[in-house]
Structure formats: structure tokens, C-alpha cells
Design a protein around this ligand. Structure first.
Ligand code: COA
Length: 223
């Protein structure tokens, strides 16, 4: 049966995921992008050629066959955004998992509902990916690594073996986490940083080796 996918988001993260769904459609016509749900753009606005169909709450008005994916990751704002997505009450079986055809995902990897895996990303054996995770182009998730719900792995970032990213944490582009190290809940690792020690919850760190430079707000700010 054909699966129409509706994207929660818009310009920014949304167009990245939209492009992947179009690439999937090119090899599997049963999956296609129908449009966007977005809380601020006028209904009917075109985003990469697809219309804004309604607000996030309008997911209830879509047909039962429609699946959703949220492209709403934003650095330092994941506490609020994860809460917003969870508050919609969408059942797990209505979320789409979207993996680019060029991504290499080991056979035994568990991938959660609503998770996105971009072009040329590699997910090694034994890794676990939770729900609503975003793994960007060229990222490498090491063997037996754990990526919890709402975590974000930037382009070309690397988790070495058994590294852990807790709920809502953010790994910037080209950053690396050493084997077995953990990034705490809602923490942010700056681009090109090298994490050599565990990072506590809600910490912003950067550099090589990564050092704490700040904290993320408890509920984030704005949406
Ligand atoms: C870590 C980060 C969140 C810090 O952002 P911020 O709190 O707004 O801080 P600023 O950009 O004001 O930078 C503060 C200082 O740290 C420096 N800095 C910022 N990021 C850095 C990094 N990754 N490595 C080294 N230094 C960095 C800045 O040059 C600045 O130095 P200064 O005080 O001497 O001028 C941000 O740099 C980052 O890496 N964000 C992730 C980007 C991302 O993932 N984007 C989406 C995917 S493409």
C-alpha cells in the first residue's frame, strides 16, 4: 500500500528530510512526501514544491494511512521541542522512519519511530537508535552505540564504539565522541569538538578536548 508522508517542519531541517523522501520515492514509488505541517507558515505556502497543509495539531485530520516525521531539531531548544512533539499524542505506528537509500545501516540495528538517517550515514552493528533521532549526512554511529530519543547527530559527526547520546542531546557537525563516553540529556557539543570525557546533562561544551562553556535552559526558549 502507498505510504504518504507528512513532514512536521519547514525551511531548514524540513527541506533536508524532504529531499531524502524524494530520493526514496525515486527508488520506491510507494513512499512519497505529501506536504508539511507547520505552526507559523500560512496554509498553502509551498516549501520545496509541497504545500503547508495545516498546524501540527492537524495531524488528526490526515488519513489513517499517512505517516509523519518531525524535522524540528534545534540546537539548545530540544527540551521544549521534544515536549511539543510528544504532546501531540501521535501513536508510535503513525511515525515514519526515513533512511536515505545510500545510508548503510547494519542488519541488527534497532531504529525507533520517527527517526531520520541522512545520505551516506553509517550505523555500525549493535547500535541502538531511539525515536525522533536525526542523523545527518555522512555521520558515523559506532558499534554498540546508543542514541536516545530526540538526539541529533550533525553532518560527518562520529560516535566511536559504545558511545552514548542521551535524550535530546546534540552533536555538532564533524564532532567526535570517544569510545564509551556519554553526552548527557539536552547537552550540546559544538562543531568540530572532540569529547574525551563524559558530559553531564544540559552542558554546552566545545573544543579539542571539549570543555564546558555553558548550560542549556531547562525548557529551552521559544519554538
Ligand atoms: C557550541 C555552540 C552551540 C555555541 O554557540 P553559542 O552559545 O551561540 O556561542 P557563540 O557562537 O557566541 O561562540 C562563543 C565563543 O565560542 C567560540 N566557538 C563557538 N563554537 C565553537 C566551536 N565549535 N569550537 C571552538 N570554538 C567555538 C566562538 O568563536 C566564540 O568565541 P569568542 O568568545 O572568542 O568570540 C555552537 O558554536 C555550535 O557548534 N552549534 C552547533 C551548530 C549545529 O549543530 N548546527 C546544525 C547542524 S549543521
Amino acid at each position: 500500500m502507498a505510504t504518504g508522508i507528512v513532514l512536521m517542519g519547514g525551511p531548514g531541517d524540513g527541506v533536508v528530510v524532504a529531499e531524502t523522501i524524494d530520493d526514496i520515492h525515486a527508488v520506491d514509488v510507494s513512499r512519497s512526501l505529501l506536504g508539511f505541517l507547520n505552526d507559523s507558515l500560512p496554509i498553502g505556502t509551498l516549501v520545496c514544491g509541497r504545500p503547508v497543509l495545516g498546524r501540527l495539531e492537524d495531524w488528526r485530520n490526515r488519513a489513517d494511512s499517512v505517516r509523519f516525521i518531525a524535522a524540528l531539531h534545534k540546537v539548545k531548544q530540544m527540551a521544549l521541542r521534544a515536549k511539543r512533539v510528544s504532546s501531540l499524542g501521535i501513536p508510535a505506528d503513525r511515525w515514519a522512519t526515513v533512511a536515505h537509500p545510500t545510508a548503510r545501516i547494519a542488519r541488527d540495528v534497532s531504529v525507533g519511530a520517527g527517526t531520520y538517517i541522512g545520505p551516506y550515514a553509517v550505523v555500525q552493528p549493535g547500535a541502538f537508535l531511539g525515536a525522533h533521532v536525526s542523523i545527518r549526512a555522512g555521520a558515523n554511529i559506532g558499534h554498540d552505540a546508543v542514541v536516545e530519543d530526540f538526539a541529533y547527530i550533525g553532518p560527518n559527526a562520529t560516535l566511536c564504539g559504545r558511545a552514548v547520546m542521551r535524550f535530546g542531546s546534540h552533536l555538532g557537525p564533524n564532532a567526535v565522541i570517544l569510545d564509551r563516553r556519554t553526552i548527557g540529556r539536552f547537552s550540546v557539543v559544538g562543531m568540530c569538538s572532540a569529547v574525551t570525557k563524559d558530559v553531564d546533562d544540559r552542558v554546552i561544551c566545545l573544543g579539542n578536548p571539549a570543555r564546558k562553556v555553558g548550560v542549556t535552559a531547562k525548557e529551552g526558549t521559544g519554538f
